[in-house]
Write a protein that binds this ligand. Sequence first.
Ligand code: TXA
Ligand code: MG
Length: 308
Amino acid sequence: MSTAPIIGDVERAASLLRAGGLVAIPTETVYGLAADATDPEAIARIYEVKGRPTGHPLIVHVADPDDVLALVADLPEAAQMLGAAAWPGPLTVIVPRPASLPAEVAGGLDTVGIRVPAHPLARDLIRAAGVPVAAPSANLFGSVSPTTAQHVAADLGERLDAGRDAILDGGPCDVGVESTIVDAVASPPQILRDGAITAEQVAELLGSVAAPSGPSRASGMLASHYAPDCTVHLADGDAEAARLADELPDARILDARDDLVDVARSLYADLRRADADGVGHLIAILPPAAGLGHAIRDRLQKAAAPRS
Ligand code: TXA
Ligand code: MG
């Protein structure tokens, strides 16, 4: 069986996208599985390749902040304030879905997630394709997100069509966890997923407009998600880690408290490496619930949640 090629040529990748193909793209957060966001058939293939239920909406990516204004005429004020500060960067805002984007891209919702990624290759590709690009994380539904082109090839290479799809290699992702999602249609705006644009930053940027957290519609909020094969055990501090290590002498320990930027960057590669090494139990020592720690705790809690 042939697998989709790993390529470095942005023009080639853009022509595949324009022809209705799928291209796995590097972003600063994680790799995405991209398709022309205006093409319902290409979008249907994203769901099929990922094994993702069609009710789970995708994020639409554009190359420049000005392109968001061109795409979404009635941009909520909160989205304008956050976008002005964070784009290009690891922030997605939920806004009213414009008629130019098909319902399929949003899982049938009348809202849509929009983001301007910071990775230069992603922006060059979207510009060259000349269309907005829908892209969920380029992993099988429910498993660990990819942060290298090789992760994508291992997960999806054989599920992609070698004749019409490709994986664009932009090196390892810098941030390592998915974008922060803020629902700007909700009043007050609501954080649906923590990321590198922290809850503290969102609250500060929105000023008087409070940004409480709460129950969410995002699939990243399912209890079990980002799940490796090994069993993940959470420890709040050294004492609990030591107690767990006594019970599980073969467990590997992942200390997620050091430099949080480094922890986030390598988190998914660490989970994948544990599986590749045949580790059965991973003890993760949680960082404090502040700043980037929110996103790291969230991903580890989901990796540790009971599987359905
Ligand atoms: O960093 C990222 O955001 C990466 C890169 C590739 O850009 N993408 C990503 O996509 O994480 P995905 O599909 O794995 O996660 C998108 C999340 C899902 O949890 C989805 O439910 C939520 O965004 N979402 C998208 N549109 C939404 C909407 N209209 N309302 C509520 N949630 C939405
Ligand atoms: Mg995902």
